[in-house]
Write a protein that binds this ligand. Structure first.
Ligand code: BMA
Length: 297
């Protein structure tokens, strides 16, 4: 595991009101030789919107856009669209994110889904389709869609505290087969609660599933699991130790201390590049050699 030498790779821009407070937890898609990084930006108004930056090698930011690419539009998300996770299936790019509303009681966050044609996405035509609330009114976050279907169904991982759950759907609207598939582990780095990190990566051995875990001190770390390809509810391996845990200044000091939190990763050759928010303030990256991440046979 190697942190990027030039972390953080994105920091807030004071003169852009919509991204003046924090830029962190980002989704990532690698398409046509370019990494598209869709990051959560917190504005002066305390509302989260999504911004876009790109990179050729995954490490160096090539371009960063001056206006958000995704904004809150409905009541469920009036206080923010947070923590995007992107999955490409065929010509469809699916985005799961957290719709946040804190002006009513009780404060509610829930999962929202939308899609965009991959051509529109890479050409920056922001024709996002209908926004769907798969579980209206249920407090839930950390949703990500698997990059492959099982028995014709989309598979979503999501988090009903404190566990990672699964759900299935043919049309992204009606979901069934909810159940918890991964629980926190007593006295370990993931003892309090867990949730998906970025989109699972399909390998010969199974889906590489990076997830976050929170311990009793409320430190957020990242770990790795391997899921069975034909039955992703089956956990073939789960790391005893975190693969990344807060230690650098930009991970320990920020809006929320001691947090490494990821919503996106890409695979470029044998490298997995993981984008992660440092202390809910800045965006960072780390890379892993696939051979290092997978369990030794
Ligand atoms: C989670 C999410 C993330 C955040 C993390 C640490 O519940 O809200 O957006 O990065 O907490 O504060």
């Amino acid at each position: 595991m190697k942190r990027f030498a030039h972390n953080p790779i994105l920091e807030p821009i004071k003169n852009n009101a919509w991204e003046s407070q924090a830029v962190f937890n980002a989704a990532a898609v690698y398409s046509e030789g370019l990494v598209h990084i869709v990051y959560r930006a917190l504005g002066t108004d305390n509302v989260s919107r999504l911004g876009l930056a790109t990179s050729n090698d995954g490490f160096t930011i090539k371009e960063r856009f001056d206006t958000p690419v995704f904004n809150p539009v409905n009541h469920a998300e009036r206080d923010g669209c947070e923590d995007p996770r992107l999955t490409v299936i065929g010509n469809q790019c699916l985005m799961a994110y957290t719709a946040f509303r804190n002006h009513d009681y009780p404060v509610i966050y829930q999962i929202s889904l939308t899609t965009i044609n991959i051509k529109d996405f890479v050409n920056r035509n922001w024709n996002w389709k209908e926004r769907i609330l798969p579980f209206p009114g249920v407090r839930n976050k950390d949703a990500v869609i698997l990059p492959g279907k099982v028995d014709g169904n989309y598979v979503m991982f999501h988090r009903i505290e404190p566990s990672i759950c699964v759900a299935y759907s043919e049309d992204l609207k009606k979901w069934h087969g909810f159940k918890s598939i991964m629980e926190p582990r007593d006295k370990m780095w993931d003892s309090l609660k867990i949730g998906a990190a970025g989109t699972p990566i399909e390998l010969n051995e199974g889906y590489l599933f990076i997830y976050h875990g929170v311990d009793e001190k409320k430190h957020y770390s990242l770990g790795a699991a391997l899921l069975d390809k034909s039955n992703p509810e089956k956990i073939l391996y789960r790391s005893d130790k975190p693969i990344l845990t807060p230690s650098e200044h930009y991970e320990c000091v920020g809006d929320v201390p001691n947090v490494v939190f990821s919503c996106g990763n890409v695979q470029i050759d044998d490298q997995v590049i993981v984008y992660y928010g440092g202390a809910d303030k800045v965006l960072c990256g780390a890379s892993y050699d696939l051979n290092e991440l997978l369990p030794k046979k």
